[in-house]
Design a protein around this ligand. Structure first.
Ligand code: NAP
Length: 488
């Protein structure tokens, strides 16, 4: 007699790339009791939030796509933000994901007790579920700089992740941009194109790599629609580059590392004519230590007559601009903070409370770690998507989420087959995993003498230091010897 599987209830937090994926995959596995709680009014996560001019993805578009939902119509090699947002909207509509989403409902609390999670939301609703999946993304809490006088500035000021589109920027505007990371490298050239006088305040230069960024012709897109194999070839080429060149370069593989080093250094020399400017833009740490910026427009933009690179260091912000350490006052009308994100919040500020009233802030007070990036001791029937030590260099996070989603479904299926009622990672498995990752991190570029959002309070990068394939292989099957289970 075939046993009827249990149908668990699952609360997913967040309707971004991972939340959409998880909903689709759970349903395909036969799990239908799903509620997705989304704090904003639309799907798309990072691509809904980041509307700054020039927002784009530096992973080739055909690679930055769900494996089961190819898009032959990507308009360019590196898709722009609005097109990516549209893609996620399209997938959510096609798979009718929105019927399970409660929009404008932020999870405030999640409490575990005897096989059930009680989840409370900002609308004072309470949901009880067998599993909770935090699909809350990595970089979603904008970080503002701790610069004296910041509150005194009288002009318009905003973070790139909260772009104020009501502020009109024209050739009469003086714009100050603080930061020169991946976001700034995309936004600054667009600001310069408006004719505004753009002062870029750089604390640390970054390595930039030039990869061709071209439009796909209508004919090519028609061909890709007619022959899906061409789309697949594009995807595979992107995957090959990221897997065998890029990811290996930053994780210590000799040839790839030197190739990437050469490409970034050559890019700077070939792109920036003026030696003084070139020297200001040349980092003094190894390539790949901070995330390598794949970009074709920043060097061009910063050499325009209406652009200025300021490297003297910021002393303080005034009512009308910025004073640098050399005593100079830089007048600006609009101040843009491209100063990154609080990367270690993960699912917080949610009050996540596990077994024995264990608050997540207590569980993570000494170090933020998770078993296989996804599971925590004291938090049964809980999954954190894209948790610590998930990101692999510049690889596609969609591919990472797909692997983790399969893992989640394998664990939930064991529950459905009555193998257990609750599971959680063993503390010693978390510690062993962390030690294993830490060993690999020694040879990577991320510990190459720079400060970056990759590093935790101990200076340990929260990335995966081995190959993509090793990660996929190790995530194939849950190793149950690392996991405690109980039945009621
Ligand atoms: P980021 O890489 O963390 O860069 C923040 C910038 O702000 C740095 O230049 C930093 O300087 C500067 N900064 C911070 N505090 C400062 C202060 N008090 N004074 C002066 N400068 C200060 O942030 P991001 O550019 O938003 O990028 C974050 C991540 O988002 C990327 O690494 C990437 O993973 C992702 N992203 C991806 C894409 C894509 O195309 N896929 C696009 C955008 C972003 P220091 O270097 O000196 O700290």
């Amino acid at each position: 007699m075939t046993q009827v599987k249990r149908n668990p209830s699952v609360v997913i937090v967040g309707a971004g790339m991972t939340g959409i994926l998880m909903t689709i995959k759970l349903r395909q596995a036969g799990i239908t009791d799903i509620i997705v709680l989304e704090k904003k009014d639309a799907v798309g996560g990072t691509w809904r939030e980041n509307t700054y001019p020039g927002a784009a993805c530096d992973v080739p578009a055909h690679m930055y796509t769900y494996s089961f939902e190819a898009n032959p119509n990507w308009s360019r090699f590196f898709a722009r933000g609005p097109e990516i947002k549209q893609y996620f909207e399209h997938v959510a509509d096609k798979y009718d994901v929105k019927r399970d989403i409660r929009f404008n409902e932020e999870v405030t609390d999640a409490n575990y007790n005897k096989g059930k999670w009680t989840v409370k939301s900002s609308k004072n609703n309470t949901y009880v579920a067998d599993f909770i999946v935090c699909a809350t993304g990595i970089l979603h809490h904008p970080k503002f700089p701790d610069i004296p006088g910041i509150e005194n500035f009288k002009g318009a000021k905003f973070h790139t992740a909260q772009w104020d589109h009501k502020v009109n920027i024209s050739n009469a505007t003086r714009v100050g941009v603080i930061g020169t990371g991946s976001t700034a490298a995309q936004a600054i050239p667009e600001l310069i194109k408006t004719g505004a006088k753009v002062s870029v305040f750089q604390r640390t230069p970054q390595w930039l790599m030039h990869l061709p960024d071209f439009k796909f012709s209508i004919t090519m897109r028609k061909l890709m629609t007619r022959f899906p194999v061409i789309t697949k070839m594009h995807r595979n080429a992107g995957k090959f580059f990221l897997e065998h060149i890029f990811t290996k370069a930053v994780t210590g593989h000799f040839i790839q590392k030197h190739l990437l080093n050469f490409l970034c250094r050559a890019n700077l020399i070939l792109s920036v004519k003026d030696k003084v400017l070139r020297d200001k833009l040349r980092p003094n740490y190894q390539v790949g230590c901070k995330r390598v910026i794949i970009n074709t427009s920043f060097y061009k933009g910063i050499q325009q007559p209406n652009a200025e690179l300021v490297t003297d260091g910021i002393e303080r912000i005034t009512e009308t601009g910025i004073i640098t350490k050399d005593g100079k006052h830089h007048d600006v009308d609009v101040l843009v903070f491209s100063t990154g994100f609080n990367a270690f919040n993960f699912m917080r500020p949610m009050n996540l409370i596990g077994r024995n009233n264990l608050h997540i802030d207590t569980a993570w007070q000494h170090k933020i770690k998770a078993y296989r990036s996804m599971m925590l001791a004291g938090y049964p029937n809980f999954f954190l998507m894209l948790g610590p030590n998930t990101p692999i260099g510049n690889f596609s996070v969609i591919a990472m989420s797909e692997v983790q989603t399969d893992y989640v479904i394998k664990m939930i299926n064991k529950w459905r087959d009555d193998e257990f009622d609750e599971f959680e990672a063993k503390q010693e498995a978390i510690d062993e995993f962390n030690a294993y990752v830490k060993e690999g991190l020694k040879g990577t570029s991320w510990v190459g003498g720079c400060q970056s959002w990759y590093l935790d309070a101990d200076g340990d990068p929260i990335l995966w230091p081995y190959t993509w394939q090793r990660w996929v292989d190790e995530m194939q099957e849950p190793q149950m010897e690392h996991i405690d289970t109980a039945s009621f």
